[in-house]
Design a protein around this ligand. Structure first.
Ligand code: AHG
Ligand code: MN
Ligand code: MN
Length: 334
């Protein structure tokens, strides 16, 4: 235990090996860590400090916000807007891009975040998280929407913090995936899960079965074959999970494999899918690929998509590579 290293040490050492990388990135990551430690504390205190329940307002997606959706959004913005490491931000909970107040210096990165993922779970005391994505920004410019609409493959860094039984940060800078556990006693994230890789063989899927009647044929086929178990074409039994927190599903897949689908569905023609490209699919897709898995819409690689809007929604199929490839094949055959 004594030799375990902190997140800061890990990032500084990783940075030393990469030519041309400055210390600014480490400082930016520390800003995010500070915000997430505050969020972890609030989520943990819960009803003791009156932060649970609905705020009775709606976000840009028309979703009812929880009190903690708003509080965590404010924490992220206030931790990141003054430090001089960013030139702009975007949040799932804010309609437009978030500018850096004029009195503060601007930096060379952009941060995009889902401040509280899985917030429908907050009142039932299940795992929630914060997802973030870091992009480069042209130096010296006041960024416009166009500067944010970069492909997922251009991300510098992506991560999420899981507020579960332990608070954990899972991080990639494009050199594999590492997991850090928050040691509450010393207030530091400690490297506990180096080089996380997704097992390829799996027999576990995650999908919200209540939407089954709206799915397209390829997803119907895949799930039907899983459900047939040993008697079906897959010749083995499958298990199912649905936490309704993307962060928790992704963490499970990083740990023991499996596949997660929030596919295209026909419920509402105005909403072709549920998950958001910029705050959910791209950062999580980067992490999944770096851990040896795959992430697709069913038809295209998520990280190849050219974003068309800040709050764009996309179908997501992610997890163990062979399963994602199988689902993509079923879409091609359709
Ligand atoms: P958020 O709480 O940020 O709005 O995200 C919720 C997302 C995601 O975390 C989860 O996988 C999915 O929505 C659950 O959707 P359903 O409630 O439709 O199952
Ligand atoms: Mn979310
Ligand atoms: Mn959210």
């Amino acid at each position: 235990m004594a030799n375990r290293i902190t997140l800061t040490q890990f990032i500084i050492e990783q940075q030393r090996e990469l030519p041309g990388v400055s210390g600014t990135f480490t400082l930016l990551l520390n800003d995010i860590v500070t915000a997430c430690k505050k969020i972890s504390h609030l989520v943990n205190r819960g009803d003791l400090i009156g932060v649970l329940g609905s705020a009775e307002s709606e976000n840009v997606q028309g979703e009812v916000q929880k009190k903690l959706d708003i509080i965590t959004n404010d924490i992220m913005i206030n931790a990141l807007n003054w430090t001089g490491h960013l030139s702009g931000m975007a949040s799932e909970e804010v309609d437009d891009i978030i500018k850096i107040p004029g009195q503060y210096p601007k930096g060379k990165y952009l941060a995009l975040f889902d401040p509280l993922d899985g917030s429908s779970n907050i009142d039932v005391n299940l795992t929630v998280g914060t997802i973030f994505s870091i992009l480069r920004c042209r130096e010296g410019v006041d960024p416009t929407l166009e500067d944010f609409l970069q492909k997922g493959s251009d991300q510098v860094c992506a991560g999420f913090v899981l507020y579960g039984p332990s608070t954990m940060m899972v991080l990639t800078t494009g050199h594999g995936v590492n997991g850090f556990t928050l040691d509450q006693d010393i207030g530091e994230f400690i490297l506990t899960h180096p080089n996380m890789t997704i097992p390829n063989e799996t027999c576990e899927f995650a999908i919200n079965m209540s939407n089954q009647r709206y799915w397209e044929a390829p997803v119907q086929r895949y799930i039907d074959e899983c459900l047939q178990g040993e008697e079906g074409p897959r010749g083995k039994n499958f298990n199912m999970r649905w936490v309704a927190s993307l962060v928790a599903e992704v963490y499970r897949i990083l740990t023991r494999g499996g596949v997660f689908l929030y596919p295209f569905d026909l419920r509402d023609p105005a909403k072709p899918a549920k998950l958001r490209l910029m705050y959910e699919a791209n950062p999580v897709g980067f992490i999944i690929e770096q851990a040896g898995g795959a992430c697709s819409t069913g038809r295209e690689r998520i990280l190849d998509l050219k974003p068309t809007g800040l709050h764009q929604r996309v179908p997501v199929v992610l997890g163990s590579k062979s399963e994602v490839e199988r689902i993509v094949e079923y879409h091609k055959a359709d």
